[in-house]
Design a protein. Structure first.
Length: 313
């Protein structure tokens, strides 16, 4: 197969994936196709240019329209959404990572945390060995809570900011833990929710993931304080489940204005997709958001820095 034939096959697959991705409500397998919109756009844009150069204009129109269908949801992440004015008020830095309970890259993770210098750390898939390895954090981050589950759903929160209340709560019918912390920073109250639902490996797991996220969305909506809902959501922002969480919670994607920021799989950069998220209340301004270095997990860490839009009452 020559280069043009290979491109034609890729364009066909990207076209089918694009269409299937918009039908996620119909079948859970279709939803899996929605997570690769950036990849579809790249292939379809290349196909459009190639078809135009070859004067195959009908093909160019079809691939061009499908490329645009993907581009709309991607472009929204790059449009500036945050105030550009300087702000010297106190910020809060939250660092989150699915450590991968199979990984033993303890030193690299600790070094990445040291380099990022966050105020709060949310870690997913922690095990007994991970918590033992993370013990050095307690000197600088004495506040928090954790729950160890050896099957890959342990969760931990470390904070150098005193917490007014923290709990580990089982959420949704899958009975998986989420950490819910309340804190006050210079008069500003904040609720931080860290979570890690099931991966969509079956119709049942997809439903359980969605129900867990919707329950947390309702919890976020019920808070009078500013909220950040963060973790490995096991979905991208292009799924109908993600859109429903935004609608119910009233939160917004912290990536707006900062781009795609894909996080998984860490070891395969060209195919990474963004499944690690931080959603924030309207009261919060996202000052900075970035993806960290590869630390040995199958996920990349995420650092989100926020401040408050208004002075405390």
């Amino acid at each position: 197969m020559d280069c043009w034939g290979a491109l034609a096959v890729l364009v066909l697959l990207a076209s089918l994936g694009t269409v299937a991705g918009f039908l996620g409500r119909v079948w859970w397998l279709f939803e899996l196709a929605c997570h690769f919109r950036a990849h579809y756009f790249t292939v379809l844009a290349a196909g459009t240019l190639a078809s135009t150069a070859g004067q195959r204009y009908d093909e160019a129109i079809v691939s061009g329209l499908l490329a645009l269908a993907n581009a709309g949801s991607i472009l929204a992440l790059y449009l500036p959404r945050q105030p550009a004015r300087p702000d010297h008020r106190r910020t809060v830095r939250v660092w989150l990572l699915n450590v991968n309970f199979h990984s033993r890259a303890y030193g690299r993770t600790l070094q990445a945390i040291h380099d990022a210098d966050p105020d709060l750390i949310v870690l997913m898939e922690v095990s007994r060995t991970w918590m033992e390895a993370l013990r050095p954090l307690q000197a600088r981050y004495p506040h928090g809570s954790h729950l160890i589950l050896e099957r890959g759903f342990g969760i931990a929160l470390f904070s150098r900011v005193p917490l007014t209340r923290v709990e580990i709560r089982s959420v949704g019918p899958a009975d998986l833990p989420s950490v819910i912390a309340h804190l006050v920073v210079e008069g500003h109250p904040l609720t931080l929710i860290g979570t890690h639902p099931l991966a969509p490996q079956s119709a049942q797991f997809t439903r359980l993931r969605d129900e867990q996220m919707l329950e947390l969305a309702r919890l976020a909506a019920s808070q009078a304080d500013a909220v950040m809902l963060a973790g490995d959501f096991n979905t991208t922002s292009w799924s109908t489940a993600f859109a429903e969480v935004l609608k119910v919670s009233g939160l917004r994607d912290s990536r707006l204005g900062f781009g795609l920021q894909p996080t998984w799989p860490a070891w395969l950069a060209p195919l990474r997709i963004p499944i690690d998220h931080a959603l924030v209340s309207p009261q919060l301004i996202v000052r900075r958001r970035r993806v960290g270095p590869h630390v040995g997990s199958d996920h990349l860490p995420v650092l989100v820095e926020v401040s408050w839009a208004e002075a405390p009452a």
